[in-house]
Write a protein that binds this ligand. Sequence first.
Ligand SMILES: Nc1ncnc2c1ncn2[C@@H]1O[C@H](COP(=O)(O)OP(=O)(O)OP(=O)(O)O)[C@@H](O)[C@H]1O
Length: 301
Amino acid sequence: MRARGLTKRYGSKVVVDDLSFTAEPGAITGFLGPNGAGKSTTMRMLLGLTEPTAGTITIGGYRIAELDDPSRIVGALLDARAVHPQRTAFDHLLAFAQAAGLGRQRVEEVLDLVGLADAAKRRAGEFSLGMNQRLGIATALLGDPDVLVFDEPLNGLDPEGVRWARTLLRNLAAEGRTILFSSHLMSEMELTADNLVVIGQGRLVAESTLEHFVLAHTTRTVTVSSPALDDLGRALNRAGIAFERGGSGNLLVTGTDPALVGKIAAAEGIALDELTRVRESLEDVFLRLTHDVTEYESRAA
Ligand SMILES: Nc1ncnc2c1ncn2[C@@H]1O[C@H](COP(=O)(O)OP(=O)(O)OP(=O)(O)O)[C@@H](O)[C@H]1O
């Protein structure tokens, strides 16, 4: 899936701004951005529900309108509450299945896949948000598509459901599918995504592997503890390396790697108890990176 120069304007407001990115097959691409960044609008343009003002978003080089049988190519969960409350889960899925030329058997398969087989005859209006999410995921899976787009699929899922969704996404990617999903749950994004596309105010902020994104935006910090902490502090001072004392009798050394701290200690014959690179969480990095954008937005609101 590829977006190129994708742009959406509503009146004078630019919601998606010259956005280009790629989501690869066989990988889970996390789509991140603060509220109003343009994630849903981008997904809607991929699905042909919103017309781009400029640029394209394509699957295998084709826009969705150019695909003969789109439900077999791309499946999506955009809004889990968009179900008819009087319809049973089975009938809801059957309506979509029939529109795509699929039968009852496929409906039963996807109900099984999302763990709703026992609730098939219950009305969607009685479902919890988590069950509606499962129903929405089932709808996306009906056509067994190569590309899956999930907007906030974890909303309303309990911890067991979140874990289930993570495993499902992993399995779907392992089968070679392209997965694009957005979530506000950063810790979950960190556990699930291989790659990230980060946007702010409709523009691309970063596109990379999750690992690289976190490392590239983390200030290099090392924690080190030693029975000879004062000696170590003096050795670091002599080497011109900045540090501060941490709460639990260790030193927080910034702007360097464990290897250098280890070398300095070794050269001075100082024993170490612990030497660890501090890895910031995705949440820390994301909040720092999008802080200015969010600030601007809350001032403008
Ligand atoms: N039909 C529309 N008409 C006018 N403005 C719109 C329309 N649809 C979306 N917007 C605006 O576009 C901006 C981006 O919205 P979008 O829903 O794509 O963001 P998002 O990144 O998905 O946000 P969230 O995380 O809150 O779901 C918002 O400011 C929204 O108000």
